[in-house]
Design a binder for this molecule. Structure first.
Ligand code: 6CS
Length: 346
């Protein structure tokens, strides 16, 4: 752990030195540093690589984007610190981790709040009235929110089927580090254990935890299917992440550079939606090929209904943790989902 902190400090110092020497001489091509919370080949990597390609093209190769995959700089919490202090210019920040710093964004972790239809959710989370609320919350912490996007359904993995809250009794279940996620799984009867992403595989292997939750592509990428042989789809929530830029850095960009960033983010919207669908479908096949003893369970409507009921108590906790602005955000999301579902059914 000490080594990790020392490395982060060293990275910060080297970055500062680079900017002071390189930029003051005005000779170096600027490097925009972009950290992701996942490894190469992941959904976040696809996003960052496409962003790199678009920025480098739009800038006529006058700007370089360097992508740092998970494991090269630190945990999600450490990436947020580096983004905050300006050592990184861009970073992914999942609500399951950054929710400790901005409690209101934990709204994206609540179960059975959004629609079963991911394209409706996409519209909801991109609607101006909801984006405005998120934008303010991130801006107050020194970040500019560039996008919120889904990485697919959150799928439970364990060594037994989890079809009811009774099945969760006594199950040690790994969650991301947000307190709301702990409450969400404790409401189902599990004993929730917050851990960094990098620690999950060994925790499962050493039986410190019995199960965890992540999208299919991440279950494949992190090899969780080697240590858990049930994949359970309860469609309780999708995995959402946010793409952030350091606000001071963005504010100092030239109008032209801001256009490159804004246009690239806009162009990434459809690309990443389609990419995550493709990755999750393909990787489910890969998991089945690599571990034929994996069993995939899709919960029935009535089984999901039981979890839906159990999840309701967590909304009160969210109100307590996230206060009035969190409550307003939740209300806006729920009513927008209702409105869009209604018009889709007409
Ligand atoms: O479970 C986690 O901690 C991580 N899961 C994904 C899919 N992305 C980043 C996050 O940190």
């Amino acid at each position: 752990m000490k080594t990790r902190y020392a490395y982060i400090w060293l990275f910060t110092l080297l970055t500062a030195a680079f900017w002071i020497t390189g930029c003051s001489r005005g000779k170096q091509k600027p490097v925009w540093r972009f950290a992701i919370e996942e490894t190469r080949g992941s959904v976040q990597d696809a996003y960052a690589q496409k962003f790199k390609q678009l920025i480098e093209e739009k800038s006529g190769d006058t700007v370089r984007v360097k992508v740092y995959p998970y494991g090269t700089l630190g945990t999600s919490d450490q990436l947020s610190e580096l983004l905050y202090n300006g050592s990184l210019q861009f970073s992914m920040a999942s609500p399951g981790h950054i929710g400790k710093m901005i409690p209101e964004v934990q709204v994206l972790l609540l179960h059975y709040i959004l629609s079963d239809d991911p394209s409706i959710n996409r519209e909801v989370l991109n609607s101006p009235e909801i984006r405005e609320q998120f934008d303010t919350l991130f801006a107050e912490k020194g970040f500019k929110l560039l996008s919120i996007f889904s990485e697919g359904w959150q799928v439970w993995t364990a060594n037994k089927p989890l079809r009811s809250p009774e099945d969760f009794e006594g199950v040690k279940f790994r969650v991301m580090t947000s307190p709301l996620l702990m409450a969400a799984y404790e409401a189902y009867g599990a004993s929730a254990t917050p851990l960094a992403f990098s620690e999950v595989y060994s925790a499962l292997q050493l039986k410190m935890v019995d199960g965890q939750v992540n999208p299919v592509f991440a279950i494949e990428e992190m090899s969780f299917y080697e240590v858990n042989d049930y994949l359970i789809f309860a469609n309780q929530a999708q995995f959402y992440t946010t793409c952030l830029v350091n606000r001071k850095f963005y504010d100092k960009l030239t109008p032209e550079q801001k256009v490159w960033v804004d246009e690239s983010i806009e162009e990434l919207r459809d690309y990443i939606f389609e990419t995550q669908v493709k990755f999750n479908e393909e990787r489910l096949k890969t998991i089945r090929d690599k571990n034929p003893s994996v069993k995939v369970v899709y919960l029935e409507k009535n089984e999901r209904g039981v979890f839906r009921e159990a999840s309701k108590s967590v909304r009160k906790m969210f109100d307590e943790m996230a206060g009035p602005r969190g409550a307003t955000l939740l209300e806006s999301i729920v009513s927008k989902v209702e409105q869009l579902e209604k018009s889709a059914s007409q």
